[in-house]
Design a protein around this ligand. Structure first.
Ligand SMILES: CC(=O)N[C@@H](CCC[C@H](N)C(=O)O)C(=O)O
Length: 390
């Protein structure tokens, strides 16, 4: 892959860092070890380090030569997911119930690789802010960093983010103007049934039976209510009820993840879920409580900055490996909050390869170390082209 030669020289180092992060995954707002390692490495390369932003967030500030006053923000997320790793690489997760199943170990490493190179060369005119954020997986770490003054303390003209993409061939880069990733909402449903002895169902209101009807009704929201030419996902990701096989439980809980791209569909889905809960509850003579939380906005790339990503990517991997109108996906990203504050763009870095094609959030997923220099080289080239020396 035609990556930056100097960055390619420390591919082995980056692989070691990535595997160390992988072996020590930490979930949202608990990224203490990760943040400490990031801060230590940045400091060792002479980069000014600020810690404790949104709890465990870290920002490294590197000034290049010249007096242009330009500044750029490059963002990586550091958190892992609350799940067990099922693969068995030598650097398998040492933290039970914790796993880097979304490749944030790779995102952190690629940004560190770029930081090391740029600190060595300082071949740009302006300031680079390396933003290592906590809690992308549901904690809105990006929003909290912004609320804690990220862009006031570290002014950025533009802000950029990379996500690995195991669904794309390794070393390819995908971007598009417009929506790239969906917005994410959550719904927490509590069926308030009536507990009873398992042998006397007629004395109770079985919340499992109600929950099953709700589950089935929810499957029709996308298939029967949303315009087939538009997109939405409603996943019932958790269904909890019961403690013993001779007890009809009193309550059941369903937890939903909802993904949409536009406001009309978002509102329609919420309204249909609420109506189903009310109707099914009435039919069974019980209440279904709904807590509906609107979460991340969709990631929408402006045309100009998506074009910049395409141009830079072509210089790093060659035009044949760049998709300038890549397919959007229904996963979500709190980087949307950063894009709401500053112009910039979000892009995919392909990581798929034989044996490396488990999807994000799969218990066998593992970031493809082969693409570490590609991501770091993209970052370096972006800085060099956005803030060239005079
Ligand atoms: C608060 C919120 O919207 N949470 C979402 C965030 C999911 C982000 C993650 N990257 C994904 O796509 O699953 C949620 O569903 O928990």
């Amino acid at each position: 892959m035609p990556v930056n030669n100097r960055i390619a020289e420390f591919h082995d180092d980056m692989t070691e860092w990535r595997r160390d992060f992988h072996a020590h995954p930490e979930i949202k707002f608990e990224e203490h070890r990760t943040a400490a390692r990031v801060a230590e490495m940045l400091q060792s390369w002479g980069i000014e380090v600020h810690t404790g932003i949104a709890g465990t967030g870290v920002v490294g500030v590197l000034r290049g030569t010249g007096s242009s006053g330009r500044a750029i923000g490059l963002r990586a997320d550091m958190d892992a997911l609350p799940m067990d790793e099922e693969g068995n690489p030598p650097y398998r997760s040492q933290n039970p119930g914790r796993m880097h199943a979304c490749g944030h170990d790779g995102h952190t490493t690629m940004l560190l690789g770029a930081a090391r190179y740029l600190a060595e060369t300082r071949n740009f005119d302006g300031t680079v802010n390396f933003i290592f954020q906590p809690a992308e997986e549901g904690g809105a770490g990006a929003r909290i960093m912004i609320e804690e003054g990220l862009f006031d303390r570290f002014p950025c003209d533009t802000v950029w983010g990379i996500h690995n993409a195991p669904h794309m061939p390794a070393g390819t880069i995908g971007v598009r103007p417009g929506p790239l990733m969906a917005g994410a909402d959550q719904a927490f449903l509590t069926v308030k049934g009536k507990g009873a002895h398992a042998a006397r169902p007629h004395d109770g209101i079985d919340p499992i039976a109600v929950g099953v009807q709700l589950y089935q009704g929810i499957q029709t929201v996308v298939s029967r209510n949303v315009d087939p030419l538009k997109s939405a996902v409603v996943t019932v990701a958790q269904f909890h009820a019961g403690t013993a096989n001779n007890v009809i439980p009193h309550t059941a809980e369903l937890k939903l993840s909802i993904r949409t791209f536009d406001e009309d569909v978002r509102s329609l889905v919420e309204q249909r879920i609420r109506a189903l809960c009310e109707g099914v509850g009435t039919a069974f003579g019980c209440e279904v409580e709904v807590e509906y939380r609107r979460g991340y906005s969709p990631v929408i790339n402006p045309e100009e900055t998506a074009g910049i990503v395409g141009d830079v990517a072509e210089q790093v991997v060659g035009a044949e490996k760049v998709e300038r109108d890549t397919t959007p996906i229904m996963a979500s990203e709190d980087f949307a909050f950063m894009l709401a504050e500053r112009p910039g763009a979000f892009l995919w870095l392909g990581g798929g390869a034989p044996g490396k094609d488990y999807g994000l959030h799969h218990p066998m997923y593992d970031f493809n170390d082969e693409v570490l220099p590609v991501g770091a080289s993209f970052w370096a080239k972006l800085v060099e082209t956005q803030m060239p020396r005079g």
